[in-house]
Design a protein. Structure first.
Ligand code: GDP
Ligand code: IMO
Ligand code: MG
Length: 426
C-alpha cells in the first residue's frame, strides 16, 4: 500500500488526529489538503495531549514529513501560535519535516472579521468556528484570494489586499457598522508574518509528485467530515471545502495514482458542533451523559458538541460519497455500561422507509428507526471484544457492507485494536 486517506465520515471530531498519528508511524509523508485551522485534531501519547489545527497529525514521528498543500486556507497568525505550541511540546519543526504550499490561500483579518460579523449580525447563523474559513474560500473562488507567495513582496501584497478589500469595505461600513484594519495595517501585519512562514514554503505539488514517483508512503489527512462537505454535506450547514475524497485531487494532487485505502473515521455514536439538522440527536439526559463521558467539547472552540445515536443511513451515504474502503470505529469505550443503547438503521421519510441519506434530502424531515442493542461492559484489557460489542460491530458491518478495520477504545495512541485483516502501513 502506498497511499491512504483518513476521512471523517460524520460531522467531524471522529478521532481523525488519533488514527492519523497511529497510522502515520509507518508513513513517509502526511498531507493536509483542505480546510484550515477550523480543524482540531487531538493526539494523546503517555497522557500528554496535543491539539493540531492546520499542522498535520504526523509530526510526532521524527522521520515523517508533513505537508500543508495548496487546498488548505492558511492563517499565518494561527500557524505561528501552533508552531509555538509544538515547540513547547518538544517538537521541533523545520523545513525538513514541515512544508507549506506557496499557493495556499491566506486567511486575512478581513475574513475572520466577516465570518464573525455574519455569525453575530447576519440573517442565518451556521455556527462556524469564526476562523474566517468561508470568506477565504469565497475569495479563492472569486479569484481575489491572497496566496501565501504574495506575502513576500510588499507591493504585490498591497495591490492584492486592495482588490480583496474593496467590496468588503462597503459591508463593514454600511451593513455591519464595524471598524476594520486599513490596507496598510493589514499589509504590514501580513508582511511580517510572511517572513516567519517563508522558511517553510515551497512548491508542495512537485515535492509530492517526486514522493509518489519514489514510492514513498503517503497519508492524506482529511479535516471535518463528509456531512460538512460543501457539495455532499447538509447544506447550508457545512464548511466551505470538499471534505470528501475529491478534496485530495484538487487540494494536493495524486499524480496518476488512486488512493489505495480510504478509512472512514467513525465515532461509535454521532456528534455535531454548530447549527443544522441531526436526525439521531438526543435532547435528553442521556445525550448529556454521553457528552460528559465522551468529553464532547470542541477542540478548536470549546463549544459543547451535540450528541446522538449512531446513524447508519448517514454512514451509508458517506461511504458512497467518499469511496470509503473500511471504517475505524472510535470511542466505543464511551458507550460501555450504558443501559439503553440504540443504532439507527433506517429513516422514515415521506411515508417510506429508506436506508440511505442522499444529497438534497431534508434531514429535518426524517424520522430515525432504531434497533435496540444489548449493553456491553468491555474493559478492553485482553484485546478481545465481548459478544455484545461484537454484535454492535456486526450490525454496522452487515448493514453498511463495509469492514470495520480498527476499533479505538480510548484517547491514547495505544488504545486500539486492529479487528480486520488489514494492517495498513504497520
Ligand atoms: P478529530 O477532529 O477527528 O481529530 O477529533 P477530535 O480530536 O476533535 O475529537 C476526538 C476526541 O476524542 C479527542 O479528544 C480524542 O483525544 C478523543 N478520542 C479519540 N479516540 C478516542 C477513543 O477511542 N475513546 C475516547 N474515549 N476518546 C477518544
Ligand atoms: P475537525 O477536523 C467539527 C463545523 C462548524 C460549523 C461548520 C462551518 O476537527 O473534525 P467553518 O468554521 O468551517 O466555516 O464552520 O463546520 N466545523 C467542524 N465541526 N469538527 C471540525 O473539524 C469542524 N470544522 C468546522 O462547527 O458547524
Ligand atoms: Mg476535531
Amino acid at each position: 500500500m502506498q497511499t491512504l486517506a483518513i476521512i471523517g465520515s460524520q460531522w467531524g471530531d471522529e478521532g481523525k488526529g488519533k488514527i492519523t498519528d497511529l497510522l502515520g508511524a509507518k508513513c513517509d509523508v502526511v498531507v493536509r489538503y483542505q480546510g484550515g485551522n477550523n480543524a482540531g485534531h487531538t493526539i494523546v501519547v503517555d497522557k500528554k495531549k496535543i491539539v493540531l489545527h492546520v499542522i498535520p497529525s504526523g509530526i510526532l514521528h521524527p522521520h515523517t514529513t508533513s505537508i500543508i498543500a495548496h487546498g488548505v486556507v492558511f492563517d499565518p497568525d494561527a500557524f505561528k501560535a501552533e508552531l509555538l505550541d509544538a515547540k513547547n511540546a518538544g517538537i521541533n519543526l523545520t523545513f525538513n519535516n514541515l512544508k507549506v504550499s506557496e499557493n495556499c490561500s491566506v486567511i486575512t483579518s478581513y475574513h475572520k472579521l466577516l465570518d464573525q460579523l455574519r455569525e453575530t449580525k447576519g440573517p442565518e447563523k451556521i455556527g462556524t468556528t469564526g476562523k474566517g474559513i468561508g470568506p477565504c474560500y469565497e475569495d479563492k473562488v472569486a479569484r481575489k484570494a491572497i496566496k501565501l507567495k504574495d506575502l513576500f513582496d510588499k507591493d504585490t501584497l498591497m495591490s492584492r489586499l486592495k482588490k480583496n478589500l474593496i467590496e468588503k469595505e462597503a459591508l463593514f461600513k454600511h451593513l455591519y457598522n464595524s471598524s476594520f484594519p486599513t490596507v496598510e495595517e493589514e499589509a504590514t501585519r501580513l508582511f511580517e508574518l510572511g517572513k516567519m512562514v517563508k522558511p517553510f514554503v515551497c512548491d508542495t505539488f512537485s515535492y509530492l509528485s517526486n514522493c509518489i514517483s519514489n514510492h514513498k508512503k503517503i497519508l492524506y489527512e482529511g479535516a471535518q467530515g463528509v456531512l460538512l462537505d460543501i457539495d455532499y454535506g447538509s447544506y447550508p450547514f457545512v464548511t466551505s471545502s470538499n471534505t470528501t475524497i475529491g478534496g485530495i485531487h484538487t487540494g494536493a494532487g495524486l499524480m496518476g495514482k488512486s488512493i489505495d485505502e480510504v478509512v472512514g473515521i467513525t465515532k461509535a455514536y454521532t456528534t455535531r458542533v454548530g447549527e443544522g439538522p441531526f436526525p439521531t440527536e438526543l435532547h435528553d439526559d442521556l445525550g448529556k451523559k454521553i457528552q460528559k463521558i465522551g468529553n464532547e467539547f470542541g477542540s478548536t472552540t470549546g463549544r459543547a458538541r451535540r450528541c446522538g445515536w449512531l446513524d447508519l443511513p448517514l454512514l451509508k451515504y458517506s461511504i458512497k460519497a467518499s469511496n470509503l474502503t473500511s471504517l475505524a470505529l472510535t470511542k466505543v469505550d464511551v458507550l460501555r455500561r450504558l443501559t439503553d443503547l440504540k443504532i439507527c438503521h433506517a429513516y422514515r421519510f415521506r411515508g417510506e422507509t429508506i436506508d440511505c441519506a442522499w444529497p438534497g434530502i431534508d434531514m429535518n424531515e426524517v424520522e430515525p428507526i432504531y434497533t435496540d442493542m444489548a449493553p456491553f461492559h468491555d474493559t478492553f484489557k485482553n484485546g478481545s471484544l465481548s459478544k455484545e460489542l461484537g454484535a454492535y460491530i456486526k450490525l454496522i458491518e452487515d448493514t453498511l457492507k463495509i469492514p470495520i478495520s480498527i476499533v479505538a477504545y480510548g484517547p491514547e495512541r495505544s488504545e486500539i485494536i486492529f479487528t480486520g485483516a488489514r494492517k495498513f502501513f504497520i
